[in-house]
Design a protein around this ligand. Structure first.
Ligand SMILES: [Zn+2]
Length: 582
């Protein structure tokens, strides 16, 4: 008894001086089921459970089960609708949602932080600016060298170390599931063992408080060769820990609003890794950070947040406490944690970002889009387009990478669109005339001529859209809903009543015989949507897009002069990444 007491006292004395340290081991493309099936003695030293990636299919968080989106979710605690890394060829992640590297350095610049990776784009493509702030950055190393460098960094006093190993993903792409893949898992297990041994040694010599998490970016489809889609195998990841974690890690919840993929959403999400590491490091996740994930240590916040069947938000909680609900950072309501969800009584324009706070633990959820349409589009160049939205904001779109540039949407002001700012709520259509001028049409029957080279509205505008300025359009001045710069000298104007006119930019007049109805013989495939067109754009010499109300669009072949098969489709983060972001 006396010995035990002494031990407790000594123990608590050394714990109080223990510094938090963390190691995050990422093993690319490692299938949970193979780790469980094989002899992996070093994984056996850890607690492990299934988890999921890919966001929630069909919601704004849905993301491809590729490495770029997966690792970006792991190091930010957010899904693709926030980090905006949609593919392996994406550029910089959205700086509005920093990585754990930057979060740690912002909290305490003295922390020693490393990112040591085999797959270079994590450091060199997505989080280049964030890792510029940290102490050790190595990219493109062999797995063997990753382990050596990580141990060296930890031994030199490193506080947070991220390592990325690539063996299993490489084996999977080369050989599929089978003996080579299994061998790569066992090799990764040996490398994990070296890292765990180094941590054990440091714990004994320093008394520091180490959290080790191990995870993967994505699972694989049935053959093991591929990944990227939304299937149970590809969405399956794992989280392993040297510490006992909370119920969000250990409890599989099965009575959720969304039971897809064998109740995969009842497991922990990939977004929980960064909040867990931050909390362990003493950097408590803040509401303003809008993290989608919940820490797997300490107090439980609201769990399993998703779209409800009859409510805007559904969640799971065993707590008897009260949930404080914020929309876009502003408190709006409270609800019992035991209630199944919450309905937003307000009509929200755009995409609402909700934060739910329970037990001083925030978790965020980006709701469904509502009430934002594309009102005008300028095809600015072969690589850039501008989209104007009904919430008076605009998005710069990179046509080469096929995604919105980071930092958008932005407000339409007289500084970014000189001469347009006062009319932002009236813009109903626009086109680039391809002669150095662009035109904006306003719902009050006026228009603005914009000079592309000087990037500002010409003096003297707005002017009336009458038969002097736009011969043949005067009677429709307040009814223009969409414009489509076509090939040659032609521009199509679409009107609210489902008709359209063709305008000749050289004759400065509507061609004879117009307006005509938008039907399936004049515009094959568009006839059913004649009064729902909100804007159109010529994307290239062979392709145009029509945007429809309620966040839909149609791809139109200029070559075939017909709608492509499979349209209308939804405007979302897969089809138009970032275009409708809040
Ligand atoms: Zn891969």
């Amino acid at each position: 008894m006396k010995l035990l007491l002494t031990g407790v006292l000594l123990g608590s004395a050394s714990w109080s001086s223990a510094a938090p340290k963390a190691l995050l081991v990422g093993i690319d493309g490692a299938q949970y089921e193979r780790i469980q099936a094989l002899n992996t003695p070093n994984f056996d030293r850890l607690y492990i459970n299934r988890a999921y990636t890919g966001g929630i299919a069909g919601e704004s968080s849905q993301q491809s089960t590729y490495s770029g989106p997966g690792w970006s979710t792991i190091v930010t605690g957010n899904w693709v609708h926030k980090h905006q890394v949609t593919s392996n060829s994406s550029g910089l992640a959205n700086p509005a949602y920093p990585s754990i590297f930057k979060r740690l350095k912002q909290a305490n610049s003295n922390l020693k932080v490393a990112s040591i990776v085999n797959w270079a784009p994590i450091n060199t493509q997505f989080f280049t600016n964030d890792v510029a702030l940290i102490n050790k950055v190595q990219s493109g190393l062999s797995d063997t060298n990753v382990v050596t460098e990580a141990i060296s960094f930890m031994n030199s006093g490193g506080d947070f170390t991220f390592v990325h190993l690539d063996g299993p993903d490489h084996a999977g792409h080369s050989y599929g599931f089978g003996s080579s893949y299994d061998a790569s898992i066992m090799t990764a297990d040996q490398q994990l063992g070296q890292l765990l041994n180094a941590v054990e040694q440091l714990k004994q010599t320093t008394g520091d408080d180490w959290l080790v998490l191990v995870t993967t970016d994505h699972g694989r489809e049935a053959t093991g060769f591929n990944h990227g889609n939304q299937t149970f195998g590809e969405k399956t990841i794992f989280i392993a820990s040297n510490k006992v974690l909370n119920q969000e890690f250990s409890q599989h919840v099965t009575n959720l609003a969304n039971t897809s993929f064998n109740n995969i959403y009842g497991y922990a999400a990939q977004t929980s890794i960064t909040p867990t590491l931050l909390r362990h490091m003493g950097v408590e996740p803040q509401l303003s950070w809008q993290l989608d994930g919940l820490p797997l240590i300490g107090n439980l916040g609201v769990r399993k947040v998703m779209a409800g069947t009859n409510t805007d938000i559904a969640w799971y909680s065993d707590s008897t406490g009260t949930v404080d609900i914020y929309r876009n950072g502003t408190y709006v309501d409270s609800a019992l944690a035991t209630s199944p969800g919450w309905n937003d009584p307000a009509t929200v324009q755009g995409v609402p970002d909700y934060s739910l706070v329970l037990n001083n633990t925030p978790v965020s959820y980006r709701g469904a889009l509502s009430n934002v349409d594309i009102t005008a589009i300028l095809n600015w160049s072969t690589s850039r387009a501008y989209f104007f939205r009904s919430d008076n904001r605009y998005v710069r779109y990179n046509k080469t990478t096929d995604q919105s540039d980071s930092g958008y949407p932005a407000d339409i002001t007289n500084s970014n669109w000189p001469g347009l700012g006062n009319y932002k709520n009236l813009i109903t259509a626009s086109f680039n005339a391809e002669n150095g001028k662009s035109y904006f049409f306003l719902s009050d029957g006026n228009y603005i001529q914009y000079d592309n080279a000087t990037d500002k509205a010409d003096a003297g505008y707005p002017k009336p859209t009458n038969n002097t300025n736009w011969s043949g359009l005067g009677n429709y001045a307040q009814d223009i809903r969409a414009t489509l710069r076509w090939t040659g000298n032609k521009v199509y104007f679409f009107f609210a009543n489902g008709t359209y006119s063709r305008y000749d930019l050289v004759n400065n007049s509507v061609d004879s015989g117009y307006p005509k109805p938008v039907n399936n013989s004049n515009w094959p495939g568009l006839g059913n949507y004649a009064t729902e067109i909100t804007e159109a754009v010529k994307w290239s010499n062979t392709r145009a897009y029509f945007f429809l109300s309620n966040q839909r669009y149609v791809r139109y072949s200029i070559t075939n002069d017909s709608t492509d098969a499979g349209y209308p489709a939804a405007v979302n983060n897969t089809t138009w990444p970032g275009l409708l972001n809040p």
